[in-house]
Design a binder for this molecule. Sequence first.
Ligand code: FES
Length: 97
Amino acid sequence: MFSSYETTKQTVTIILDGKPQRVPAGVSVAAAVLGTGKTHTRTSLISGEPRAPFCMMGVCYECLLEIDSRKDQQSCQVQVKEGMIINRQIRTNGEEK
Ligand code: FES
């Protein structure tokens, strides 16, 4: 699950926020998203502040993403797959955008 970008040779294509991205095969969705340069995966429902993966081991729940139409998935616990559709959960004033 924690393969290094430098040592991973194979890639898969994911659709992140509507745009295709080539990412290393075998990494977690959270690692793949961070590797594309995104600084956060969601915003807080209460404060609207940006949130990003922290523990990378399924404890903090800061990495929640919509994965293949399923909201609030712990992206650090899911391995990327070819064609996976991933949307960051960015909300403003309680509404997703
Ligand atoms: S990064 Fe902490 S639960 Fe996923």
